[in-house]
Ligand binder design. Sequence first.
Ligand code: XMP
Length: 511
Amino acid sequence: MEKGILILDFGSQYTQLIARRIRELGVYSEIYPYSLEIEKIKELSLQGIILSGGPASVTEKDSPLVSPEIFELGIPILGVCYGMQLISHILEGKIERAVSREYGKANILIENQESVLLKGVKNEGIVWMSHGDSVTKLPKGFQAIARTKEGTLAAIENAKKKIYAVQFHPEVAHTEKGKKILSNFIFTICKAQKNWNMKNFIENEIEDLRAKCKGKKVVLGVSGGVDSTTLAVLVQKALGKNVTSIFVNNGFLRLNEAEEVLTNLRERLKLKVDYVDASEEFLAYLKRIESPEEKRKIIGRMFVHVFYGYLKDFDFLVQGTLYPDVIESNAVKGPSQTIKTHHNRVKEVESLEKLGKVIEPFKFLFKDEVREIARLLGIPDDILLRHPFPGPGLAVRILGEVTQEKLDILKKADHIFIDELKKSGWYEKVWQAFAVFLPVKSVGVMGDERAYGNVIALRAVTSVDGMTANWAEIPHEILDNAANRIVRNIKEINRVVYDITSKPPATIEWE
Ligand code: XMP
């Protein structure tokens, strides 16, 4: 890794957030599993180490540990939550199951105003706790620097050895001055320099691609979404005409989307794109399939079949894998592993990987970093600000069996809703918005006649990362216009509803 901060992951849901915060501060950071051997750690060019939180308890046997040698390397260390318990456990402190577990907000009282770690943190400031254990006896050579109002040790240090630990989570937005604490650690204690920005990243990546692939045939898949489009532009910038992007139409795209994507890629961004229209095959394979999971699996398998079947003569496959995908497959434990199998981790890719034929330039990046690259590469806003769209597309927005007729209805309804949002300036204000086809019929009256038609649900949410979401409070007038246009223009629909559930407990998509 480049010079920077190593984060050892003990499985916390917030580990990625630590890496992001540090990169936001302009310092490179990478996450490795906690089990990274001490010899490997010594080989990295490190300025500091962070031990993340995690679901385990050091009071149980087989809890994840690190080699005690890590504390003797002379590299500054910050333990966060489980990381603090771990430091205390290994360095002869005492950890007990807390009588009452602390979750959520707590106020901290600073005991040592001189502490460099907490410089700039207010007494009684709010921190975010999420733990069941607490340190009840300080490890050897350590001092308490803050407690919660309830008396729990909240931060400790051994300033001489540059080992620090906090029981709360400085990386979450709810911890006031959390970023300041991380900044104190990184800059004042670790003396790291700002070395991370996307402009440097682009330059380095272009150089690497040229070194590796000059004169070779390179292929990649594009969907018209932000990640794959940005990747295609970057790779083409580096390698020119030897790059071919492949766009597979699975038939579940939105109204006129295939044409728009092709125009964007070919004419506006000047990319060399091969178009594979497999829409009939995809639809045929979904016949009579109603279960959402089964639909997703079939579409995933079909994509792999079509895409890899198309690839013939090439030297390298470039993929837009992002950091969260990589970490998911390395996770210590926890739910993230089972969420989904990505197209970019199937066995076809694994065998190409073994041959050294797969390149993943974004595998250390987060989505917002890719957006910044897109901006720096001059990709126009209307492409850059497109809402996320799921791989299985409209097939997971038609509940139950997917048919051509339902697809045609949904495409029209979705187009009307998005058009109303764009006209009113609301498209950019929401994370995602779309229509869903419900396979229920309800009675209505159209003209003087009884109508028995289908229902369209409209969904719009606000979110930062898609992990949690709120339903968007779109003004009634816009919803009204969308609903009126939908029932007027689509004869099969006589009722429109708006989804007002957040995630959790609902998900953003309906399937
Ligand atoms: P859910 O429905 O799980 O969705 O709340 C969270 C975000 O992920 C998108 N999504 C997908 N994206 N392939 C993708 O590339 C998929 O299979 C998939 N399923 C959901 C969804 O649109 C939302 O932005």
